[in-house]
Ligand binder design. Structure first.
Ligand code: XMP
Length: 525
């Protein structure tokens, strides 16, 4: 495997993704990992990421010099090149103007990293500092007008570095360089494939679980569904999926989830009908945070009640499976891979078990990025409507009904939301057919209906109506951190509006939310 040392929040993630795309497993660790810790992980290659700091800044991240002496090939990018240079006795200075964006490098001499790529190539630069003296034993392998050391290496010690970012798509031969490093220099093989991933995951689950029993809280979301499908393949009937139906799911969703997991996968499936209990608990509750809290707490009440009931037959439930994914682990700073738990932020999926309750955790997705999880889901036979499901908040429709939740409002929202999804699914599908990309520039990333706590006057036929407006929310985004309101064509908007007013009893008006995030959030509560 390849270990990426991350010198700045998130810089390592893209590199790890590129390495994995080439068929080699890669893990990310914080840059302050020691040479001993790294050596214990037994990597075949080490990559030093870029980072936002300046190497001579007081709090600049350092590297354990031993990392460069392990005899394991190292490749550094940007800050990674600078820290390599400074650590080994070279130096770094300010360039006159810095380089941001595309730049043309001119190669110098032979280099296994470049292989037979062209003598001049476009790369992606983003730096102000640059190496101005290479360490002893190193040679310069490329330069630009601004940057005398666009790349350097000491082939004997298998140390390579570039000032530019080969992991960015705009670097014309970036992928080729990475592949030269992995396969030609490090001698790795592309064995990280979907089949091998499934095989390894299944074996690991079997080994961890033995003959014990596992329980899983299934929400119908991508992550928990993929865990269920994976565990189903690994341990079949030793797994019980508990689907707590709080009645706040979208139209037809409970039926679709049940259908998939009872017909297609051989697991025990418990459908907890908690709709009435939730409605009662939420009666008159208007505060968004209070709603979230009630819903979350009740989820665990329902879930633990099922676990207890299952254990009535005398066989304890030892494990709880959950869909923690790799970015959760990286964010939490938990160094699973290195064995040292340095925690920046506590693991957000960790459940505070109630008194007297304890499960060991199974987290089979804790090595995967979201799109790998989706690919895994598809390979395991999950249908598209689960694999490509849009994000949906745990508290469900309760936070899309402004003010108190009741059965009547839920019915209106579910029906209106179903129309929104149907029409915008069709719009996205059309874009997909035109562009060949699922999340193309104007595709809607998340789209749903919101029900505000007001009524307005309308006229239908010759009758006055006094009914609810429905708000359409549709955004373009890639990670939900920021979002743009979707510039939907008028005919799409007209169709959604026409259908909602005509088909949803209790709705007589449609408004479109044209606010981006920030300053708004995607959800209304
Ligand atoms: P906001 O509204 O903060 O939402 O812009 C960002 C993304 O997170 C989703 N979301 C949630 N997801 N539990 C979840 O699992 C929640 O409580 C929750 N609240 C918001 C939201 O749908 C959007 O994709």
């Amino acid at each position: 495997k390849v270990v990426v040392l991350d010198f700045g929040a998130q810089y390592g993630q893209l590199i790890a993704r590129r390495v994995r795309d080439l068929g080699v497993f890669s893990a990310i660790v914080p840059c302050d990992v020691t040479a001993d810790e790294l050596s214990a992980m037994n990597p075949s290659a080490i990559i030093l990421s870029g980072g936002p700091a300046s190497v001579y800044a007081e709090d600049a991240p350092k590297i354990d010099p031993g990392v460069l002496e392990l005899g394991i090939p190292v490749l550094g990018f940007c800050y990674g090149q600078q820290i390599m240079a400074v650590t080994l006795g070279g130096s770094v200075g300010h360039t006159e103007k810095g380089e941001y964006g595309p730049a043309v490098i001119v190669r110098q001499g032979e280099s296994a990293l470049y292989g037979n790529t062209p003598a001049e190539q476009t790369v992606w630069m983003s730096h102000r500092d640059a190496v101005n003296r290479v360490p002893e034993g190193f040679v310069i392998t490329a330069a630009t007008d601004v940057c005398p050391v666009a790349s350097m290496e000491c082939a004997d010690r298998k140390l390579f570095a570039t000032q530019f970012h080969p992991e960015v798509r705009h670097s014309e031969y970036g992928n080729q360089l990475l592949s030269n490093f992995l396969f030609n220099i490090c001698g790795l093989e592309a064995t990280w494939t979907m089949d091998s991933i499934i095989e390894d995951s299944v074996a690991a689950i079997r080994e961890q679980v033995g003959s014990d029993r596992v329980i899983l809280g299934l929400s119908g979301g991508v992550d928990s569904s993929v865990v269920a499908a994976l565990c189903a393949r690994a341990i079949g009937k030793q797994l019980t999926c508990v689907f707590v139906n709080h009645g706040l799911l979208r139209k037809n969703e409970p039926e679709e989830v049940e259908e998939v997991f009872t017909k297609q996968f051989d697991v025990d499936f418990v459908h907890v009908h908690a709709e009435e209990r939730y409605l009662k608990l939420l009666e008159g509750v208007c505060d968004p945070e209070a709603k979230r809290k009630i819903i979350g707490t009740q989820f665990w009440n329902e879930f633990f009640a099922v676990a207890k009931e299952l254990e009535q037959d005398g066989r304890p439930v030892k494990f709880l499976a959950q869909g923690t994914i790799y970015p959760d682990i990286i964010e939490s700073g938990a160094r699973k891979t290195g064995g040292k738990a340095s925690t920046i932020k506590s693991h957000h999926n960790l459940i505070p078990f109630p008194e007297g309750v304890h499960f060991d955790l199974i987290e089979p997705l804790d090595h995967f990025f979201k799109d790998e999880v989706r690919a895994l889901g598809t390979a395991l036979g999950l249908p598209d409507h689960i694999v490509h499901r849009q994000p949906f908040p745990g508290p469900g429709l309760a936070i899309r009904i402004i003010g108190a939740v009741d059965a009547e409002k839920l019915e209106i929202l579910k029906n209106a939301d179903a129309i929104v999804r149907e029409e915008l699914d069709a719009y996205n599908q059309k874009l997909f057919e035109e562009t060949g990309e699922r999340n193309s520039e104007h595709a809607c990333w998340q789209y749903f209906a919101v029900l505000p706590d007001i009524k307005s006057v309308g006229v239908m036929g010759d009758e006055r109506t006094y009914a609810r407006p429905v708000i359409l929310r549709a955004v373009e985004s890639s990670d939900a951190m920021t979002a743009d309101w979707a510039k939907l064509p008028y005919d799409v908007l007209a169709k959604v509006s026409g259908r909602i007013v005509a088909e949803v009893p209790g709705a007589n008006r449609v408004c479109y939310d044209i606010t981006s995030k920030p300053p708004a959030t995607i959800e209304w509560e």
